[in-house]
Design a protein around this ligand. Sequence first.
Ligand code: ZN
Length: 287
Amino acid sequence: MGQVSKSYITEEEWQTRCDLATAYNLASLFQWTDLIYTHISARIPGQENRFLINPFGLHFHEVTPENLVKINLEGEILSKSDYGINPAGLVIHSAIHSARPDVGAIVHLHTINGMAVSALQDGLLPISQAACHFYGKIAYHDYEGIAVHKDEKQRLIKDLGSKNVMILRNHGFLTAGSNVAEAFTKMYTLEKAAQVQITSLSMGLPIVIPSEAICEKVVEDTGKRGIKNAEIEWQALKRLIPSKQESISLQAKLKPASLTHLTKKPSLMQSQKVDQNQRRTANDRPL
Ligand SMILES: [Zn+2]
């Protein structure tokens, strides 16, 4: 375990923790997990060299805003944690977070669909609308074994370049975005595209591939919607995790200073939620 120091949570860090924990819980809901492996990370706004990642040893459904681990680009643990971090997570995520300041979040998964397509020489084929989203936008990185060696970082960075989607050959998928919403929804579409490709190819019948011009048109049209749609999609996805959503929306509404000035007497259940959020929003809460 790296160096541990006390830190204090800002509103931005708390919101990032909520979004990131929701991403882990959703990945579990969608059965995108691989035991305790793979990782989703998010850079903390205002703390550019620090990011959050999952505690190594917990299943994705067990990840909460509180137990996410804060680390720096060197992998030093900066928040109190009963867990370490996955060394492979550090190599992949710290490499990209350090080289790409525009990347706020990264999703890396070993889904069956992702691993299957990653093993194909031609990678993802533009044979569905979902796949056409990524036409000409996918980077490929050759398999080098378990990603625990620091020297792989430079090759990961070089292969990703300025793209936000990477197929790690014989390994899995990786998506990046300016925030958790963008990286996660991109992964959703990529995973869907892989699923369609596997299903289509399994029929053993001739495949229709749209023209290059059509594929480029899809990229242009979807690019216009960009982050705006990702945000709307993310709000819908968050509603799939009701308890988390409830806590997040309360968190967003109740600023610490306003908690003592609630005019409406809360019900017993609401009181419990307020107490919970009061603890969570306190700026001096060590984590
Ligand atoms: Zn991996």
